[in-house]
Design a protein around this ligand. Sequence first.
Ligand SMILES: Cc1cc2nc3c(=O)[nH]c(=O)nc-3n(C[C@H](O)[C@H](O)[C@H](O)COP(=O)(O)OP(=O)(O)OC[C@H]3O[C@@H](n4cnc5c(N)ncnc54)[C@H](O)[C@@H]3O)c2cc1C
Length: 388
Amino acid sequence: MRDTSVLNWPFFEARHRALAAKLDAWAADNLGGIDRRDTDAACRKLEAKLGEGGWLQLTAPGEGNERLDVRSLALVRETLASHDGLADFAFAMQGLGAGPISLYGNEAQRAAWLPRTRAGKAIAAFALTEPASGSDVANISTSARRDGAHFVLDGEKTWISNGGIADVYVVFARSGEAPGARGLSAFIVEAGNPGLAIAERIPVIAPHPLARLRFENCRVPADAMVGKPGEGFKVAMATLDVFRTTVGAAALGFARRAMVETAKRAATRELSGAPMADLQMVQGHLADMALDIDAAALLVYRAAWTKDQGVARVSREAAMAKLYATEAAQRVIDTAVQLHGGDGVRSGHPVEMLYREIRALRIYEGASDVQKIIIARAILSELSGANA
Ligand SMILES: Cc1cc2nc3c(=O)[nH]c(=O)nc-3n(C[C@H](O)[C@H](O)[C@H](O)COP(=O)(O)OP(=O)(O)OC[C@H]3O[C@@H](n4cnc5c(N)ncnc54)[C@H](O)[C@@H]3O)c2cc1C
């Protein structure tokens, strides 16, 4: 049994406890039996199932929820990740992909897309990274040139989750209002746009739909811009400010699953004539894992709760949550693999799958090194403000 004592912490309300319990039961009943051999088809199916189950309602405000509730998003990701990495991915990408529209879109944009992404009837993607600028976001070079009632996009995006299966891409491009970060804007680009091509599908260690996109003379109406001209960087960062914490929550879900698998193994495996769990060195590993998990949970739900209190930006808290939870989950899962012996590296074993699932979380939505820079800059600016 996964440890759910976190739900009794003061970060949560009764509705969160009810949500987590209901989703746990739903996931146990609904996520098995999906054929994973075709990742694209599996993802589409998961998106539809999550939509039918009503879970995607949480990924964008409206229809009862007036704003994104980060604690709910984080609890859903933790729970889904502990059951199924691809289901967590499908949920998360609807939120991240539609995030710029739900946070900055105008009424027409929100009405056009959010009811469909919330129902799992349209798949969303967030296209920021480029071949020459991943961590260095302010340096992106995909251009958006105004041409009468249109903008014309040219350039490449890469590592785009849901690339190839998405119906709608939010694309960040250089519109040139100012140099660097202040010269970017965000645009809605529909999958059928003739100027958008899937240049490459990218296979990764834990299969997810990913692609490199090419924009060639890609014309979008001027009203496809999300937010104001030159606000693209702000739109991207505000979206990440919400969803980065939830990457930590997914890592937490993976780590909790590793803990469950390891505790089962330690209780049932005999070593030198006694249960493995009796060995003190094994107990030491279990204690380290539990400590990492609880510390990660505290940081994740501190960041989620803080954002839900109406604080405009939680960059420091979100960066701490993502950094600590993803690094901790990697340690926890590595220990789980070790304590499973040969079975830990057997293809298809739950801990082998977790070992592959966790790795990318330390890289995307800002690598661990980048989170350290965000934290350090926030501390330095707080200190210089205090000393001024
Ligand atoms: C599975 C997966 C899914 C993704 N999904 C999306 C998506 O949906 N949309 C999207 O736009 N992007 C997506 N990405 C891209 C992801 O955000 C980038 O890969 C990430 O930001 C790192 O950029 P990069 O790969 O260009 O690495 P680089 O920028 O070349 O960085 C390489 C490494 O250098 C280190 N580093 C970087 N900057 C610094 C620094 N200032 N100081 C010290 N060390 C540093 C870090 O360890 C980093 O991992 C995804 C990536 C992966 C792997």
